[in-house]
Design a protein around this ligand. Structure first.
Ligand SMILES: NC(=O)c1ccc[n+]([C@@H]2O[C@H](COP(=O)([O-])OP(=O)(O)OC[C@H]3O[C@@H](n4cnc5c(N)ncnc54)[C@H](OP(=O)(O)O)[C@@H]3O)[C@@H](O)[C@H]2O)c1
Length: 381
């Protein structure tokens, strides 16, 4: 039975959580007169969450609880700013600790989501302490020694990493847009081999962290009240607007987010020749990304076969109701595990059945970050 979990955390204007209560009382199973706490298990691994106060960090807790992930103990880590704050998780009180070089002593699995520079500095320290690090940042994704894993797509990439071997290791979570895209594109790729993929993204505020969500909410109020919008996280007005993704622009004219989709797809599919191009856009949606994906195949693939393949794909749900014009939306996938796929149609601009257009939506804090990382951790158990 899946647990219904209530999470309450309140972000002040600087975007940092001030009080936390991840109420998981319904995740307990009753056994006679006793209530058994499902996650806490003496023989479970010892966990650390790096960046626990952030958007992804909070989602880690939610997902661990939803999935009854077994753990012996959890160390809650964040910056000096949060050290000493209290956090309740599965009815147990924790004090958030400042991340230091000693934070990983005795830790089996460390889930990192505190940004690339923190991962670069503390990831190797955690590995040297014997921890298996599942990292949400881009710090190690393109390092050929580090597996880049979507459990439904390339689980074999991490087959050599074993919990309990005493050896630490790094595993990277792909970029959130890449995960959502490949959840839908990979089953089709396996059937007909994608030779070219053109992606346009519509990315939510939550992808830029808790402070960006806070800013979108604040700006929306300000604009409705006729005030000048506060622009701290993004350089331009976000509410009632959209703009090219805020990642730095590179010398080839692409931004970093777009190039992540290009390079990560090649690594995950183990196909250096697949042609990928992307245009990434921030839209004023609070949570969950949407992507329009055009696929060109080596072998023919008609839309009915594609629909059948996607129907059977793990972690994918089809929302493709042409009669009532109902297709995936960010709102409908928010807080959901599955990536929704719709608008499945033959690409008219390509001869024969060699091209398809699809539209996907996925909760990028969840499947694009926390859920994917916890699924990776589950494969270690
Ligand atoms: N948001 C997404 O959808 C998403 C998806 C995929 C990947 N990611 C990646 O996940 C990471 C976190 O993203 P987020 O959206 O959760 O960001 P966020 O909401 O801004 O949270 C950042 C977290 O990092 C912590 N932190 C910052 N400086 C630190 C330091 N010096 N030492 C220890 N902890 C520190 C913060 O702690 P304090 O509260 O104490 O400052 C906070 O817990 C980033 O690398 C991001 O690219 C995010």
């Amino acid at each position: 039975m899946r647990a219904a979990v209530v999470s309450q955390y309140h972000y002040p204007l600087n975007g940092r959580a001030t009080s936390f209560a991840v109420n998981t009382s319904t995740s307990r199973r009753r056994s006679g007169a006793f209530t058994v706490r499902m996650g806490l298990k003496e023989d479970g691994p010892s966990l650390a969450i790096v960046g626990v106060t952030g958007a992804v960090g909070q989602e880690f807790l939610q997902v661990l609880s939803d999935r009854d992930f077994p753990y012996r103990n959890i160390r809650m880590l964040a910056s000096k700013r949060s050290a000493g704050k209290k956090l309740t998780f599965e009815d147990k009180d924790y004090v958030i600790e400042e991340l230091t070089e000693d934070s990983f002593n005795g830790i089996d699995i460390a889930l990192f989501s505190a940004g690339g520079s923190i991962s670069k500095k503390f990831g190797p320290i955690a590995v040297d302490s014997g921890s298996i690090v599942v990292d949400n940042s881009s710090a190690f994704r393109m390092d050929e020694r580090v597996p880049l894993v979507i459990p439904e797509v390339n689980p074999d990439a991490m087959a050599h990493i074993k919990l309990g071997s005493g050896k630490g290791a790094l595993i990277s979570n792909p970029n959130c847009s890449t995960i959502i895209c490949l959840m839908a594109a990979t089953p089709l790729h396996h059937h007909a081999k994608v030779i070219r993929m053109v992606v346009s993204t519509y990315q939510a505020a939550s992808g830029a962290g808790a402070a960006a969500m806070e800013e979108l909410e604040l700006q929306t109020r300000e604009v409705l009240e006729g005030k000048r919008p506060t622009c701290n996280i993004f350089k331009q007005q976000y509410a009632f607007n959209l703009f090219s993704h805020n990642a730095p622009i590179l010398s080839n004219g692409y931004n970093e987010e777009e190039m992540k989709m290009v390079k990560e797809t090649r690594k995950i599919w183990n196909d250096p020749n697949v042609k990928v191009t992307a245009t990434c856009i921030r839209v004023p949606v609070m949570r969950a990304h949407a992507e329009s994906i055009n696929l060109q195949f080596e072998k023919p693939l008609d839309e009915d076969t594609a629909r059948d393949i996607l129907k059977r794909a793990a972690g994918v749900v089809i929302v493709d109701d042409r009669a009532s014009n109902h297709f995936p939306t960010p709102l409908e996938v928010s807080n959901k595990d599955d990536v929704a796929v719709g608008r499945i149609r033959q690409d008219l601009s390509q001869d024969g059945n060699y091209g398809l257009d699809i539209f996907v939506c996925g909760d990028q804090v969840r499947k694009g970050a926390a859920l994917n990382a916890v699924q990776i951790a589950e494969m270690l158990l």
